[in-house]
Design a protein around this ligand. Sequence first.
Ligand SMILES: Nc1ncnc2c1ncn2[C@@H]1O[C@H](COP(=O)(O)OP(=O)(O)OP(=O)(O)O)[C@@H](O)[C@H]1O
Length: 607
Amino acid sequence: MAKRGFGSGNNGEQDQEGRKKISKESFRRGLQVFRYVLPYKVKFIIGLVFLVLSSLTFMAFPYLVGKLFDSAGGNANGLLQDINMIALGLFGIIMLQGIFSFFRVFFFAQVSENAVADLRRDLYSKFVQLPLAFYEKRRIGEITSRITTDVAQVQDAMSITLAELFRQITTLVVGVIVIMFMSIKLSLFMLATFPVLVALALVFGRRIKTLSKKTQDELANTNVIVEETLQAINTVKAFTNEMFEVNRYKTTLSRAVKTALTTAYFRGAFISFIIVGLFGGIILVIWYGVTLVANGELAQGDLVSFVLYTVFIGASVGGLGDLYGKVQSALGATERILEILQEQEEPTDKSYISLSEIPRMEGNIAYRHVAFAYPTRPDLQVLGDINFNVRAGEKVALVGPSGSGKSTIIQLLMRYYDVLGGSITVDGRDIRDLNLTMLRGNIGVVPQEVLLFGGTIRENIAYGRPEATAAEIESAARKANAYDFIMSFPEGLETLVGERGIKLSGGQRQRVAIARAILKDPAILILDEATSALDSESEHLVQQAMDELMKDRTTIVIAHRLATIRKVDKILVIENGEIVEEGSHEELSLNPEGMYANLLKLQFELS
Ligand SMILES: Nc1ncnc2c1ncn2[C@@H]1O[C@H](COP(=O)(O)OP(=O)(O)OP(=O)(O)O)[C@@H](O)[C@H]1O
């Protein structure tokens, strides 16, 4: 089946790592996700206030340290002369900073956790309501990563990135203003050198990151060779290709070493640059600052503050560069999330509460010139011109070779997909005009491969009608020939099945599915018989249960077993998406040239 990744059409701007270029449009779209914050806006604002307070108090720190140095030199006056008082003030600042930070994290966590839970809930609710076609175009892993990885990135953006961004910008703006007040000359000198060096380091760092990734990829290539060869070691030996493989490995390995050495060269240069460049930059600032102090243009303490602010400013320039990447990733994640939230859901009726409230249909089915191709393969016509009627209560079997289109006919009745040509009616009404919940509420399915949910057998049967009483569940289990085997387990109906429970046999699972369908009591029944053979005892019990279930219901069976086919009113033989024969078992078996008679002969010979 043709699969494609997310947004290969309209998300061309996203790079391999799912980051999004920051543009006005992408930013505006990214902000849309902040509507999930709106219900918690009071807490968000309180968090913001604490963020502002903690960022600002932090900026007082270098200032007071400078004053502390001044007081040691006896240059200061008034309150600031008292070294102990200033030190105490510094402690106070740090204490305040601690308290503000606590509340900032506390409030932001409340907002982001709740908002993200709401977002996850909306995404999940969307997932279960999206049509099947949506899933066929995408890999399940990609879909689940929307609700896990992408949402986690949005959460990071709401709690950490946003706060960091704000803090770094405050540090930068307030820092620059404060140093300007201290000494315009030194500030201009610093701004012309230090941030430039930090920005260079950032670009350099990025380049090294890319190179490291390349080294890792090269190394992964060598591992692929090892895996491949070891898995097919018999073949390698059979062709005496040991030396050929060793040479192949050697070549790839030397390529990896070459890339690794280039990376190491850059990394070494980077470290030297940090040492010489950044520290050199700081020395330059200190040197110029000291000359200003010597000329009496700057107080000693101010120089200390200045250097500290320089370090802070440098760190925030570096931090902002990193944050840019994070904001890009968050925007990419938001875009992918919004794309899903904007997908069209199936038109089910969410106002129906219980199955008993859904009006019961009679179950007259008619296919008129139905033509169909799957959305993933529009060029391949699966059904050509299907015409047949099933009257209420009648039983019809679909038989035919694998891939002829039997399951597709059923999927269309469930309206998993819409027909491309013709129409399907139930009780005379086109199913496209019927309420989807009403349609599916009137159809019961016993699938070929029964999947049970993790939980008790009782819960699994009750899935057919969640509001069923204990007596109804028990009665359904009896009718489905399932009661005896259920009761043979010590916990009876409360026995756990699924991943952490016991494993039921194929025949037992089918009877649980039949009990489910009996409980649902639908007007129309679809039986997709299992192709895998059951032992004759189990086969008999399942058949009996199916007969019970089929009573008084319009039934369509995708038949693989002779026993079921004989009992139906009409058999439709499907080949290449067309009905090639139609009639009762007796009628069709009379035509020795016919497809049905041939299928019958084949099955008879096999059994
Ligand atoms: N979801 C799908 N997307 C695309 N093509 C599909 C899909 N499901 C089935 N097909 C194709 O449609 C054709 C009919 O398949 P269908 O499952 O209806 O056959 P079937 O008669 O039920 O086969 P079987 O007896 O093996 O279950 C096949 O060619 C199959 O490859």
